[in-house]
Design a protein. Structure first.
Length: 137
């Protein structure tokens, strides 16, 4: 009985949590962006580390901008030197993590965020650079 009560009490938090829908294949994400007329948001980590998981949880989960990011972007999570290819010549950086914004033609849609990415820096970056399209009224 306790098990069912615990599941019942915790389920609303799962239902209302929001997170980025990440893709691991740049090629598939690019095709999806073209098909759905969305932009690309590409997050690149240097290697698998615990701090990357913490960044994903703090910046890309349960933030006020998550739904709009999912609405306007196809998001790709890349580990540097991964086997899946991505346009490294366009997305070259020596600062990690790196967050790039590309249009569906693989052209920069706004300046990248490099290094320390926090919820506030991402929200400010999205707002200042008009990286989230607002609906026309």
């Amino acid at each position: 009985m306790f098990k069912y009560l615990l599941i019942f009490l915790l389920s609303p938090s799962f239902l209302y949590s929001s997170h980025i829908s990440w893709q691991s294949s740049y090629e598939k994400a690019h095709k999806q962006a073209k098909k759905t007329n969305k932009k690309l948001l590409i997050l690149i980590f240097e290697k698998h580390e615990e701090k990357n998981r913490q960044l994903l949880q703090s910046v890309f989960m349960n933030q006020i901008y998550i739904d709009k990011v999912n609405q306007h972007y196809v998001c790709v999570l890349i580990i540097k030197d991964q086997k899946e290819s991505y346009p490294i010549e366009n997305l070259f950086t020596i600062q990690y993590p790196a967050l790039f914004f590309l249009d569906d033609y693989e052209l920069f849609y706004g300046p990248p965020l490099l290094g320390n990415i926090t919820p506030q820096t991402l929200k400010t970056h999205l707002d200042l650079n008009n990286l989230i399209r607002t609906p026309m009224r």
